[in-house]
Design a binder for this molecule. Structure first.
Ligand SMILES: *Cc1c(COP(=O)(O)O)cnc(C)c1O
Length: 422
């Protein structure tokens, strides 16, 4: 059963009523469940079974230190895309030996820091990046572990903003070029080629594209092995979708079974399987709680104006994404259709249209599946301090990021008067 469930009239998160959290912490706030996160991770672990594998949580989905620490304690690795994410992982007690570094724009400083702490692998996305990494590793007198991110040119059949495996996307290296590079690796004295990876997109609800991508890259992987190029891991990226509304994403068990099946089909079951799930681990472990400030009826529509905005949760505005909206306390009052909108001065600031709810001003709503790409993509647009984040653990809850203050909003800024006096 979901950790988010009604008991009587009230919505609970594990064993705590959501309205009790909001009474203590204020609104809006993100609320995460330790149990939901733990169970999501264990589902991947169990699905791997005897297969050698490393689950590298994609930090960009939600980088809160408390969540990273839970995953680190469970033995997870991490997929990072910036030095900031690396610093978060280290601060949360993550093991650098279990960190893989993805992204098309790694700077020299980022490479240096990652080499200094000794990460597991760089997922390199271009020849120019490879040359830069070789030079920096040379200067530091180390060998940099490398996996080439290949672009398998498959259609992930997801939202175009989160499709990354087509040849017109900026991501990865064309397969042929990558294979040539593995064969000529002697040109790079300070790199060691340890794996091959791909990541074709996010919120995939069908196994087909994953299978297509693996059936393109694994024959090359096996061919390199026969030619004496000893790679030791296959990194399949992330991208497994979750159910926001009526999608039918594969289960974690079915997804991992497919990966193992494709490895076996290409004679590569002995390889270590690296996974980079983000959304599939955290989306359903979090909600965004928000208060109804006003109900506004116009000739055309009925609006519930809430105190969270697109700055707090941008997925609906950015991708037209659908997320569930439920009342934290059920009422007997009449059910009506509402457009759930925030206070931000943009017409895109809508969480949902025509939602059927029985609500009154002051009520608390929970926006579902908000654990991934929620807080992580939030901003201070409209000079709105970012929301608090709360972790529920059984009957207890803890503020794991305090609400930002107005001082936080202005930190680091100064005024320059005529003549340059500050
Ligand atoms: C975003 C990303 C992920 C995680 O994607 P999800 O859809 O959240 O699982 C994994 N790997 C890379 C390289 C990414 O860019």
């Amino acid at each position: 059963m979901s950790v988010f469930a009604y008991r009587g009239e009230r919505l609970f998160v594990e064993d705590v009523a959501l309205v009790d959290i909001v009474s203590a912490v204020g609104s809006p706030c993100y609320i995460y469940s330790r149990r939901a996160l733990t169970e999501a991770y264990q589902a991947f672990r169990e699905a791997l079974g005897a297969q050698r594998g490393l689950i590298c949580y994609a930090v960009k989905a939600n980088g809160n230190l408390a969540l990273l620490a839970i995953l680190a304690d469970l033995g997870a690795g991490f997929d990072i895309v910036s030095q900031g994410e690396l610093e978060r992982v280290l601060a949360a007690g993550g093991d650098p030996k279990r960190v893989v570094f993805s992204g098309v724009g790694k700077t020299e400083g980022e490479m240096r820091r990652a080499l200094e702490v000794g990460i597991r692998c760089f997922n390199v996305e271009s020849m120019a990046e490879l040359a830069r990494l070789d030079a920096i590793a040379c200067a530091l007198h180390v060998r940099a572990p490398v996996s080439l991110r290949v672009n398998p040119d498959v259609d992930a059949k997801t939202h175009p903003y989160i499709a990354t495996g087509l040849k017109e996307n900026k991501f990865g290296i064309p397969l042929g070029e990558a294979v040539a590079c593995y064969r000529e690796q002697a040109c790079y004295a300070h790199l060691s080629f340890v794996g091959m990876d791909c990541h074709i997109g996010s919120q995939l609800t069908d196994l087909g594209p994953f299978a297509d991508a693996l059936d393109r890259i694994l024959p090359e992987f096996a061919g390199l092995r026969r030619a004496g190029v000893a790679l030791t891991h296959v990194d399949v990226g992330g991208g497994l979708g979750v159910r926001y509304r009526d999608e039918q994403p594969p289960t974690v068990a079915a997804y991992v079974a497919l990966l193992k099946d494709r490895l076996a089909a290409h004679g590569l079951s002995d390889q270590e399987l690296v996974l980079e799930p983000g959304r599939a681990l955290v989306a359903s472990a979090g909600v965004l709680a928000t208060r109804v400030e006003y109900i506004k009826e116009t000739e055309a529509r009925r609006f519930a104006i809430v105190d969270a905005g697109m700055n707090d949760l941008i997925r609906p505005a950015l991708y037209g994404a659908w997320q569930g909206v439920t009342a934290a306390c059920r009422r007997l009052g009449p059910v009506r259709e509402y457009d759930i909108v925030g206070p931000v001065c943009e017409s895109a600031d809508v969480f949902g249209r025509g939602r059927r709810l029985a609500i009154e001003p002051g009520d608390i709503l929970a926006i579902g599946e908000a654990g991934a790409y929620g807080f992580a993509m939030s901003s201070q647009y409209n000079a709105r301090p970012r929301a608090a984040e709360v972790l529920v653990d059984g009957t207890e809850f803890h503020v794991v990021r305090r609400r930002e203050t107005y001082e936080d909003l202005m930190r680091g800024e100064c005024v320059v008067r005529a003549g340059g006096r500050s």
